[in-house]
Design a protein around this ligand. Sequence first.
Ligand SMILES: *[C@@H]1O[C@H](CO)[C@@H](O)[C@H](O)[C@H]1NC(C)=O
Ligand SMILES: *[C@@H]1O[C@H](CO)[C@@H](O)[C@H](O)[C@H]1NC(C)=O
Ligand SMILES: *[C@@H]1O[C@H](CO)[C@@H](O)[C@H](O)[C@H]1NC(C)=O
Ligand SMILES: *[C@@H]1O[C@H](CO)[C@@H](O)[C@H](O)[C@H]1NC(C)=O
Length: 343
Amino acid sequence: MTMLLVCMLAALAGGALCQYYGEYDYYQPSSLLGPSGPNCAQECECPIMFPSAMYCDGRKLRFIPIVPSGIKYLYLQNNQIEEIKAGVFDNATDLRWLVLDHNQIPSNKIAKGSIDKLVKLEKLFFSYNQLTEPVGPLAKSLNELKMIENKMTKFPANTLTGLENLTNVDLHGNELTTEGLAGTFKGLKSLISVDVSKNKLKKLPAGLPNTLEILYADYNNIDSISSGYLQKLPALKYLRVSHNQLTNTGIPAGVFNVSSLIELDLSFNKLQSIPEVHENLEQLYLQVNEINKFELSSFCKFTGPLNYSRLKHLRLDMNQITHQDMPFDTSNCLRQATEIVFE
Ligand SMILES: *[C@@H]1O[C@H](CO)[C@@H](O)[C@H](O)[C@H]1NC(C)=O
Ligand SMILES: *[C@@H]1O[C@H](CO)[C@@H](O)[C@H](O)[C@H]1NC(C)=O
Ligand SMILES: *[C@@H]1O[C@H](CO)[C@@H](O)[C@H](O)[C@H]1NC(C)=O
Ligand SMILES: *[C@@H]1O[C@H](CO)[C@@H](O)[C@H](O)[C@H]1NC(C)=O
C-alpha cells in the first residue's frame, strides 16, 4: 500500500509514471523519490516522503552500510557485496523487505546471528548470488522468499519450518536434487506458489502442502510423476513440467484426473500419446513431443450435453500428427476450444 502511494506521489511530482522493470516489480527508482532524509547511511538515499525505505542499489558497494533503526525497506541489489558481517543488522529490527539480488555473497560469508536479527522480515530476495545453501534462520513472519540463480544443491527440511505466512518460494535456477528438496515444504500452511524450474530434479517435490495453487518445475530431469501425486494437491491450478524427460510410461493412468487443474504444460518432453486429462482443464501445452495419435478419450470419457471438455487452448505443434488425425466428432468433445495448434 505504502509503495503504491509513493508511486503516485512520484508521478505527480516528476511527471513520470512509476516504473517497473522486469522482475523488480517492487523496486522504485530512487531518483523519482525526491530529496534524502537525515537518518540515512551516507552511501544511500532515504526519501523524505518515504523515510522507512533506504535505497542503496547500483552503487558498486562492497559492504552493507549501517542500517538505521526505523528502516523497513532496504534495497541493496546490483552491488558487489561479498559478505554479511556480524552485527550489520543489529539495529535493523524493523526491516520488512530485504533485497540483495545481483551481488556476490557466498553462504560461508554470512555471519551467524546476522540474519536472525531481522525478526519482522516479510520478503527476502537473495537471487543471483553465490549461495550454496539457504540463509537462516528465517523470521517466522516471512511471506516471500526468492533465491533464484544461486548454487544450492539442497534446501534442508528444517529451514522453512513454522513459517506459517510463507506464500511464495522461488528457487528457480539452482542445482537442487530430489533428495535435496526432501521435506523442504512440509507443513507450510499458507504456501501457494513454488518455482523449482531449472534444477536437477528427477521427481516433482514431495510433501507439498494442500494449499498449493502453482507449481513450476520446467527444465529438470523429471521422467515420471507418481500415481496420486496431484490428488494430494487439491488446490493446484497451474502445473508446468516442460523441458523434462517425461514419457508415457512415466505417467500412470489418471494422474492428471484432478478437477482443480486449469493449465498443464508438458511441452518439450518425450510423450508419444496425449495423456488423459480432466474435463475442467483449459490450457494444455504439448508442443515438441513425439505424439503420433489423437485420441478423444484423452479429453472426454463421455460426450453429451453436459459432458464435454472445457479445453480452450491446445498446442500440438512439433509432434508427429496433423489436424487430419483429429476424429470427426472432435468438435463435440472439444466444443470450447478456440485454438488447436498443429504447426
Ligand atoms: C545501533 O544503534 C546504536 C545506538 O544508536 C549505535 O550506537 C550503534 O553503532 C548502531 N549499530 C549499528 C551496527 O548500526
Ligand atoms: C501471519 O500473518 C498474520 C496476519 O497478517 C499476523 O497476524 C501474524 O502475526 C503473522 N504470523 C507471524 C508468525 O508473523
Ligand atoms: C477421475 O476421477 C473421478 C473421481 O474424482 C473418477 O470418478 C473417475 O473414474 C476418474 N477417471 C479416470 C479416467 O481415472
Ligand atoms: C456424463 O456421462 C455419464 C455417462 O453417460 C453420466 O452418468 C453423467 O451423469 C454425465 N454427467 C453429466 C454432468 O452430464
